[in-house]
Design a protein around this ligand. Sequence first.
Ligand SMILES: Nc1nc2c(ncn2[C@@H]2O[C@H](COP(=O)(O)OP(=O)(O)OP(=O)(O)O)[C@@H](O)[C@H]2O)c(=O)[nH]1
Ligand SMILES: [Mg+2]
Length: 307
Amino acid sequence: MSAGIRDQTTAGPYRTGTVAIVGRPNVGKSTLLNGLIGFKLSAVSPKPQTTRHRILGVLTDENYQVAFLDTPGLPCNLDDELNRRLLVRLGEAVKEADLVVMMVEPRPPADLELRLIGQLKRSGKPCLLAINKIDVVRKPDLLPVIDAYNGLYPYLEIVPVSALKNEGVDYLLPAIVKHLPEGEPAFPADELTDRTERFLAGEMVREQVFHAYAQEVPYAVAVEIEQFREGSEEHGGKDHIRAILYVERESQKAILIGKGGQLLKKVGTRARQQIEEVTGRPVYLELWVKVYPRWRKDKAFLHRIGY
Ligand SMILES: Nc1nc2c(ncn2[C@@H]2O[C@H](COP(=O)(O)OP(=O)(O)OP(=O)(O)O)[C@@H](O)[C@H]2O)c(=O)[nH]1
Ligand SMILES: [Mg+2]
């Protein structure tokens, strides 16, 4: 895209900016990001605290370019190094943003939302409220939610949406764009993210881990892409990707692998399909499980893995 193709007679000023999507874990931030940019960029799962990074997704149009930042859900506690880092990533995204979209569940604010509002007030950033998951509530039940939030923060606008069903997003997007500063696009039109395919491959593996295992197991898993070789001759021209799944204990390793390796195989098949969708190339995916005790508390390890 270039500004030259715009119809200069009808278009308003070109608007660009960075927009952080923040909220409690599991509220639907990554679903919204993926829906907005029309591409499966950020891992989504029914379990809270799926996202562990700040993930940039760029939406480019004739009249605007928005750099959306998906963020980790606000952690409930800070009792390990990983959670402390998630909070840091969230703070960085807010700092970087021209505008914040605070996303909430369709119910009155709880402690976590009040904490987040406190943080947003300190940041002084303009903020829109997106009330998500309206597909699961009756309309009359939304009104008290809107009222409760209205009194807590001077939101620019309050927009009810369903990120899952892509409802209300056509109101949210223009509401975002109109509050962005005028400027020139910062990213080429075909650039969807600043993340590498290697990073996205790791996230797709982690997403499948979140889908496949119960309760606390996914939280004990970190994924490292040890090798990402495009067009490997050894594997008939497929991309050869080797991912290491780190867990904290031997017992978790056994759960991850499953009887006869069946569970891990399922994770591998699904992750491979997802990666192939992202890269558009055939993939040979190898998964290995290793035990790394207490990695969630190990600063050097967390740094190495990119958290
Ligand atoms: N019913 C309904 N479910 C939704 C909606 N948006 C997201 N979800 C579901 O909510 C769950 C969490 O979605 P995510 O997008 O991973 O949420 P998140 O806020 O990124 O979560 P973290 O990364 O853990 O902070 C998934 O099962 C989604 O399918 C919605 O509008 N309606
Ligand atoms: Mg997420």
